[in-house]
Design a protein around this ligand. Structure first.
Ligand code: SF4
Length: 124
């Protein structure tokens, strides 16, 4: 990792349990490692707010945490001209059944957060 650059975490933060889990994982990664990780305001990026664009331009890596196979966050990034270094998704990667209720399980947030950290480390 570059000394002064961070991994930018992008979450879909959707309305379902999977979107909410993705959001909790993303926030915890940033709170637990503020020197290494920083969270993107995806809504600000979607309306082309300059600080969010600059954050992505300055990123060491871009990691996307998606709630479900719709992969909305990746699509928003792509439409804005950015690609990600890693995408994880709650249904296919972690076996969470999607329901349209914004709840989450702490045990899922913990195990997924650890796995995402490992996968980011393997990126080098
Ligand atoms: S990726 Fe799935 S959970 Fe996330 S915002 Fe899109 S539809 Fe909702």
């Amino acid at each position: 990792m570059s000394e002064d650059k961070k991994t930018i975490i992008v979450s879909c933060s959707g309305a379902s349990n999977t979107g909410t889990t993705a959001d909790r994982v993303a926030r915890n990664l940033c709170v637990d490692n503020p020197d290494r990780n920083d969270l993107l305001c995806l809504a600000a990026f979607a309306i082309r707010k300059q600080p969010s664009i600059k954050k992505l331009q300055d990123a060491d890596k871009i990691v996307v945490i998606e709630g479900c196979p719709s992969r909305c966050a990746s699509e928003i990034l792509k439409q804005g001209g950015f690609a990600s270094n890693l995408v994880v998704e709650m249904v296919a990667d972690y076996g969470i059944k999607k329901v349209m209720i914004p709840v989450w399980e702490e045990k899922d947030v913990g195990r997924i957060g650890k796995d995402v950290q490992e996968r980011v480390k393997r990126l080098g």
